[in-house]
Design a protein around this ligand. Structure first.
Ligand SMILES: Nc1nc2c(c(=O)[nH]1)N[C@H]1C(S)=C(S)[C@@H](COP(=O)(O)O)O[C@H]1N2
Ligand SMILES: [Mo]
Length: 351
């Protein structure tokens, strides 16, 4: 099968350093690699976050079981059946709850344990698949269903078993996709081939890769992934990033267009402001491109740096719920949801 052959080629290919920063088995997108790109994150630089390692799954033998006391007719879907169902295409971000964790340490002097992500544990892709509600309806989802637990087929994690994360049935029946395509191609193994969940706006852990089972429960579900790990995380907070290298060199006395993107799991971004003087003055950035819920808003601002030397750029966004990025965050034991303004260092050099 072409998809599987392509899959095998990807997995043996080392992730290129000009696109990624490595954190043990995980790979973070370099924000400068989004410069000059369109709205979506090209798949070759989309971050990878695995608890263990990428499994290689043969689509022909793959099955997705929908079962549990919350369905009347337990059902099994194979790859062909999934592809033959009416599909939907959405543009949505997937972002790790730990995105930005590094800044608890580097900006606030209080490091949090876990992969020290900068801001690159996010990507926006065009996902195609079948709405989860269609699968649940086919299986006869009951009125009193409460939680839907998605199980991954990757190796068990430490002593906790296979990755499985509960999702409230309200969200499951709303906008969740069982995706089999990413940016117009079959999913790559690293991103969940043959099928994964895409849970718009929610922490990445909800978007279970390598789906094997969907268990529908009539009582609240508890797994290590909502009790020990990723407890109390749902929608992602407001964040912003510049499409610039860390310590980018910019020449003094010349106009520079600084581009970036802002996003929020709570809704659309309504304002982005940039400061060149450590937060004393803020300049409203201009928006361009689409403005989608559950994805991101591209923006740009002009700057003519005057003095050579080390400087810091700040970007802060506000979403339609009024949530805005603070300058500092309270500490978080697991380093989730860092959404304070990030201090992006640049070197202004003599023009
Ligand atoms: N089965 C499975 N699903 C998973 C994970 C995993 O390790 N196993 N990691 C989760 C986490 S924590 C995140 S942030 C996203 C990352 O998706 P990506 O690797 O496609 O960027 O996948 C989620 N789904
Ligand atoms: Mo994550």
């Amino acid at each position: 099968m072409a998809a599987v052959k392509q899959a095998l080629e990807t997995i043996v290919k080392p992730l290129p350093e000009h696109l990624f920063v490595r954190h043990d088995g995980n790979a973070e997108m370099r924000w400068e690699s989004m410069a000059g790109q369109g709205y979506h994150t090209p798949t070759d630089r989309f971050f990878v976050r695995n608890h263990t390692s990428t499994p290689l799954i043969d689509a022909t033998g793959w099955r997705l079981r929908v079962h549990g006391d919350g369905v009347r007719r337990p059902d099994v879907f194979d790859y062909e059946r999934l592809l033959s169902m009416p599909s939907r295409t959405i543009d949505a971000a997937i972002e790790c709850a730990g995105n930005g964790r590094r800044f608890y340490g580097s900006q606030q002097g209080d490091p949090a344990p876990g992969a020290q992500w900068g801001l690159g544990a996010i990507g926006v892709a065009r996902w195609r698949g079948v709405p989860l509600r269609d699968l649940l309806r086919e299986a006869g989802v009951r009125e009193n269903a409460v939680d839907v637990v998605a199980h991954g087929l990757d190796a068990p994690f430490e002593g906790y078993g296979r990755i499985r994360r509960p999702l409230p049935v309200g969200k499951a029946m709303d906008d969740v996709l069982v995706a089999y395509e990413m940016n117009g191609e079959p999913l790559l193994p690293d991103h969940g081939f043959p099928a994964r969940l895409v849970v718009p706006g929610w922490a990445g852990i909800a978007s279970i890769k390598w789906l094997g089972e969907i268990e529908v429960c009539t009582t609240p579900a508890f797994t290590p992934w909502n009790t020990v790990f990723y407890r109390d995380v749902a929608e992602q907070p407001v964040k912003s990033a510049f499409e610039l290298p860390w310590n980018a060199a910019l020449s003094a006395g010349e106009p520079h267009v600084l581009r970036g993107r802002s996003w929020s799991g709570h809704g659309r971004i309504v304002r982005v402001e940039v400061s060149f003087d450590g937060g004393a003055g803020w300049h409203e950035a201009e928006h361009h491109g689409p403005h989608l819920v559950s994805a991101w808003l591209p923006w740009h601002v002009w700057w003519v740096p005057e003095r050579p030397g080390a400087q810091v750029l700040l970007a802060r966004a506000t979403d339609e719920t009024g949530a805005t990025q603070p300058l500092t965050m309270p500490r978080h034991p697991f380093g989730y949801h860092f959404d304070a303004v990030v201090q992006h260092p640049v070197h202004v050099v003599r023009g």
